[in-house]
Design a binder for this molecule. Structure first.
Ligand code: GLA
Length: 768
């Protein structure tokens, strides 16, 4: 709800309130953001009154105790009375001094941001206009409410009414003042195959700036971050979460002054940015996202996850079952024959897969990553009958068919490059640099956008394709135009293309990918409802990626695959069951050579798929939470919960000698209900026992000898099963005791053998 009062505005969501005020010298600021307040009478006591200003500060008005430096501004500029980092940098030929003051506030119906993804189904919107009447520039601050998920969106529109062109050098989507409570920043960092590492570090006096300059939102620093108050943990305490509905270069800044006032801002990356707008032109920023929870980081995660599911992903994909995928990439790479693909398809179908995805290598002269990108004609030698004959084959088998594309790129051996060398991004002075042997097409150009749209139409119209994996595999370099809005224009071009394609093919499921998670953000998710999280399919590494992403993103957008036992990225070996326990949280897929698997392994996968199908709703649409952090003594424990079910997985790092008593603990269950719990059994690889296998084997078996491989092939050994009944209260407390863990002494069917990087998954259901 939005209430415009006398010089104050109250924004209310289900559990939070935000109080804006322009009482102090008509400067707009946020004076309160936190738990919901209960009465308007409280508002005056939330707003600081100033009696004098200190030291070297500049008075906004002579003999009045106001300086922008200390006010809790929602928009700040430089060259006036504010000496913190500005959220807006502007200037024209005559001046770069601005004095924005309140002009009007009104409630409007939810708006659409021109050319940029706008979260849908907003409930209400507040528009506050600030103005510098002497410079003839207006700043519209939009506050967009998603009350049921406790999210407030903010964006800014600058209008130039001056006869001189206006140069915009920085325009943050929002600026939010907060009060410091020994706050910590949760931010992410990463790289290819190593996305979503997290840092938690104190807010310092001065400024912490986190940014991406790669051309995309990037795995270096995802635009999602949190500010945690001192005592905040996963289940309790105050926490603020932020994000940006944008896919290009971005930045966020957390600045604390000597008085411990904190200013947070986020928006399009500003280094080297310049957008010049002419008289009567406007410039809109993307929308920034703010949320608050007093229920710890899981509370914040719930807000963010529900926000994405309800307002970011396209409504037609909401609550729909996403298919289980088989992708051939880690099985074949770009070298395959039609026969190989068809045999994989048949195997995939026989174990329960629903969608077969043909990855890179199906077009032009593409047999490795230095050829063919940009020429989107099928390689008829590899695939006689084209994509159509493969999609027909899938249809016959009762599976859907999908393909990989990377339309924003070009290799230089292609017809496309030879005909249009000027379509790539380059400055026309230097030799443009390649990444992964490819150039980036300049999507700010209309003719490039049209080419991509046409090429995609011709692919999608000529076969029965229900899924597209849209990849983007290098950073941008060599931009033209000096200081400019080039990076932003690229993203606007990209949004044009993908908005048209997703409108033209509403039933095609697009999956976002950028060498894994290098452009995993709310902008891309506004068009493509799911995203390949990482090229790293090692289960242990992937746990980190998924569990740090859960604070900002829901299960429904996280695409994860079970790959071969030995990880292609780390050469770490974990069983298929361990890999499944990680990959099941989100959209499940398989990415390994099914023809290389023993019967035991195929049966294991069939069991996994059966389990996933039975629990698909909770694994794709449930609440995704952290039950406990990993430590030297504790496992990482994650939970997906929905209605009457929860799926809890405990992730070991290294096996400990003398393991302590194990318990099953859950978080989001009803205290007063009774539940049943049961282990999802795993296949225990016999080889795990090494020489110890001789204690039970009728003949002597040498470790690593062919006989032990043969044993693994034929002997199927299942893990222990823990099952029982427990109340929500017990599960929320220490939880039921699990069977004894392997301690190097004896083994029977009740011993819980988890070992290094192992997992155990439990299904909890309300008892009826
Ligand atoms: C990227 C993707 C992979 C795969 C390859 C194909 O690295 O992230 O999943 O599609 O490209 O070239």
């Amino acid at each position: 709800m939005i209430e415009i009062l006398d010089e104050e505005i109250l924004l209310s969501t289900k559990k939070t309130s935000m109080v804006l005020s322009y009482r102090n010298q008509k400067k707009l600021g946020t004076y309160y953001y936190g738990r919901k307040i209960i009465s308007k009478e409280e508002i005056p006591s939330l707003i600081r009154k100033y009696s004098y200003i200190e030291g070297t500060e500049i008075n906004l008005e002579e003999n009045k105790p106001y300086t922008e430096d200390l006010l809790k501004l929602d928009l700040s500029v430089m060259n006036h009375s504010d000496f913190n980092s500005p959220s807006l940098i502007l200037g024209n030929e005559k001046s770069s001094v601005f004095d924005f003051v309140f002009k009007e506030a009104k409630i409007i119906s939810p708006s659409i941001i021109e050319g940029l993804p706008t979260p849908h189904d907003a409930k209400e919107e507040l528009l506050v206009t600030l103005e510098d009447s002497l410079m003839k520039v207006k700043a519209d601050l939009h506050y967009v409410l998603y009350p049921e998920v406790d999210v407030i969106g903010r964006y800014l529109v600058i209008h130039n009414e001056n006869e001189l062109p206006l140069s915009i050098r920085k325009a943050m989507s929002y600026q939010l003042p907060l009060v410091n409570h020994d706050d910590r920043i949760f931010s992410t960092y990463g790289h290819w195959a190593d996305e979503f590492n997290a840092d938690t570090h104190p807010v310092i006096h001065g400024r912490t700036l986190i940014e991406s300059l790669t051309g995309s939102s990037s795995a270096r620093h995802n635009p999602f971050f949190m500010i945690l108050e001192k005592d905040c943990n996963n289940i309790s305490g105050n926490v603020y979460g932020f994000n940006l509905v944008y896919s290009g270069n971005h930045e966020y800044s957390i600045e604390m002054d000597t008085f411990d006032n904190i200013r947070i801002s986020q928006g399009i990356q500003s280094t080297g940015f310049e957008k010049v707008i002419e008289t009567n032109e406007s410039f809109s920023t993307p929308m920034g996202i703010m949320s608050f929870s007093y229920e710890g980081t899981n509370g914040l995660a719930l807000n963010m996850q529900q926000f994405v599911n309800a307002h970011i992903i396209k409504p037609q994909w909401k609550n729909t079952d996403r298919p289980i995928i088989y992708n051939n990439w880690e099985a074949t790479g770009p070298n395959f024959s039609k026969g190989k693909l068809v045999s994989l398809m048949k195997k995939a179908k026989s174990i329960g897969i629903e969608l077969f995805v043909l990855d890179d290598g199906w077009f032009s002269s593409r047999n490795d990553d230095s050829h063919g990108l940009g020429d989107w004609n099928v390689n008829g030698k590899k695939l006689p009958g084209g994509l159509k004959s493969l999609s027909d084959e899938c249809q016959k088998l009762g599976m859907k068919f999908g393909i990989w594309v990377e339309p924003e790129m070009v290799n230089d051996d292609t017809k496309l490059y030879k005909e249009h060398p000027d379509w790539i991004i380059k400055d026309n002075i230097h030799i443009p640099l390649k990444g992964r042997h490819q150039y980036v097409l300049d999507l700010s150009k209309k003719e490039v956008q049209d080419y991509i749209i046409k090429a995609m139409h011709s692919i999608l119209d000529n076969a029965d394709i229900s899924y597209v994996k849209w990849d983007y595999n290098r950073n941008i370099s060599d931009i033209p135009n000096g200081f400019s809005s080039f990076y932003h224009d690229y993203i606007l071009g990209l949004y044009k293309v993908i908005s048209k394609l997703t409108d033209d093919y509403p039933d095609v499921l697009f999956e976002n990918c950028a060498s894994g998670g290098n452009r995993f953000d709310l902008g891309m998710l506004s068009y493509f409802p799911q995203s390949w999280m990482s090229d790293d399919t090692d289960s242990y590494q992937r746990e980190t990626i998924q569990r740090n992403a859960l604070y900002g993103y829901p299960l429904s957008v996280m695409s994860n695959h079970v790959a071969a036992k030995t990880s292609n990225q780390l050469l770490r070996k974990t069983s298929l069951d361990i890999k499944f326990d990680v990959a099941q949280y989100g959209i499940l897929g398989y990415e390994l050579d099914l023809n290389d698997l023993f019967k035991n392994d195929l049966e294991t996968i069939e069991d996994q798929i059966r389990f996933y199908k039975e629990n698909r709703k909770v694994l794709q649409w449930g609440r995704y939470s952290l039950v406990s952090e990993p430590s030297e003594k504790e496992d990482l424990v994650l939970e997906a919960s929905l209605d009457d079910k929860a799926i809890i997985t405990q992730f070991h790092s290294l096996q400990r000698p003398n393991p302590k008593e194990g318990h099953l603990k859950a978080l989001y269950l009803e205290e007063d209900s009774l539940y049943t719990y049961k282990t999802r059994p795993q296949l225990i690889p016999l080889k795990k026992f090494g020489n110890l296998v001789n204690y039970i084997a009728p003949i002597h078996v040498k470790e690593d000898y062919i006989l032990s491989v043969a044993l693994a092939k034929h002997v199927k050994m299942k893990s222990e099963v823990d099952e029982g009944i427990a109340s929500g209260s017990a599960l929320l407390s220490s939880g039921p005791v699990l069977t004894q863990e392997w301690s190097g002494v004896g083994y029977d069917e009740h011993i819980r053998l988890v070992s290094d990087f192992g997992t155990r998954c439990y299904l909890i259901r309300k008892k009826i």
